[in-house]
Design a binder for this molecule. Sequence first.
Ligand code: GAP
Length: 422
Amino acid sequence: MEKIIALCKRRGFIYSSSEIYGGIGGFWDYGPLGVELKNNIKKEWWKTMVYQRDDVVGVDAAIIMNPKVWEASGHVAAFTDPLVECKNCHHRFRADKIKDDICENCGDKNNFTEPKQFNLLTEVFLGVTEPKQKAYLRGEITQGVFVNFKNIVNSTRIKIPFGIAQIGKAFRNEITPGNFTYRSREFEQMELEFFIKPDEKEAIKWFEYWKQERIKWYQSLGIKKNNLRWREHESFERAHYARRAFDIEYHAPFGWSEFEGIHHRGDWDLTRHGLRYKDPETTEEYTPWVIETSGGVDRSLLFFLIDAYCEEKERVVLKLHPKLAPVKVAVFPLLSNRKELVSLAWKIYLSLKSENLMVVWDDRGNIGKRYYAQDEIGTPFCVTIDFKTLEDNTVTIRDRDTTKQVRLLIENLKSFLKEKLV
Ligand code: GAP
């Protein structure tokens, strides 16, 4: 983890939020490479969950909603974590995370207070005159989907079974943020709420279907199979809204950890919000059930980075899937002091940029160092313009994973890259 954290800071993936003021626990900023990786993850998720399907539509709801939403959804009463305090050093911990009754901070054993429930919703105060209106930053993006259920059914032609997808920020007053971005107070979720008929057979079918779809998605973007596993929640650990819950877990350096949750929410939310569905053909009325897939953008980014990180003999390389890699191509003139090389390389660089590819330019130091710098951030291809280019219009293109180079005509460069990157 230390190596990943150092790489993230050094190369501009992730920084502590407001670092010049000493940071703030549980908040993170994404740098120039981090924002690219994050956007690529979200783009791939949206492609798979919305564009490639005809039974899912998207929504982008407000972060702050009428506080009645959170009362109805049960979050005001039940969105809690148990908290204990060490009587010796007064550090606080989540009761369910304590190992062998030992205080992680001072080492005292069996010296904790009784667990108290702490609500995870973050309060905000709206308006300029007192008393200000209390509201909440959303604790899950999900409720924004449910409160728009009627609007979406009425304004589209979508029919059950169907899904509503959303990506957006969520906020939780986590007691113990930690493991870098793994448990943050501000994070992004990517979720699907899939509405089905209230029928146990349907629920089993769709639950299994979405479990498989979601694990396939992570594998299709390169997460190694043996670093993923399923874990079913026991009844005592299930969220208040869930009838059944499975986590996809990732084998992180800090242990097997939740990656994404698949939840059978039944009719919990729609009933609480008093929402029903009328089948346009049969006119049958019912409260649909919901199968939910709920993943974290930040956790995905962290686990994609960890999974891709390789130390080889002479280099560190991030073997990110090309679709996720923040930079797609780097363009190098072999020598920075040869005008004819630089001007041709610059022309190629601009021409690749005009394809909306994330391309970088590097003419510093020797080629070996430039390759090293690109490997470390996961750039799949490096293009070098050398003296042979001036003679025969070919460039070298180097593959990040194999380090092999081939020569390619400049005119074939774009189609080669498009085939490998899209
Ligand atoms: N709508 C259901 C829901 O929010 P959850 O299991 O509480 O379910 C879903 O959260 C996902 O959101 C998690 O699997 C994780 O990827 C992400 N997530 C939850 N809490 C997080 C936190 N404190 N920091 C970063 N990601 C978090």
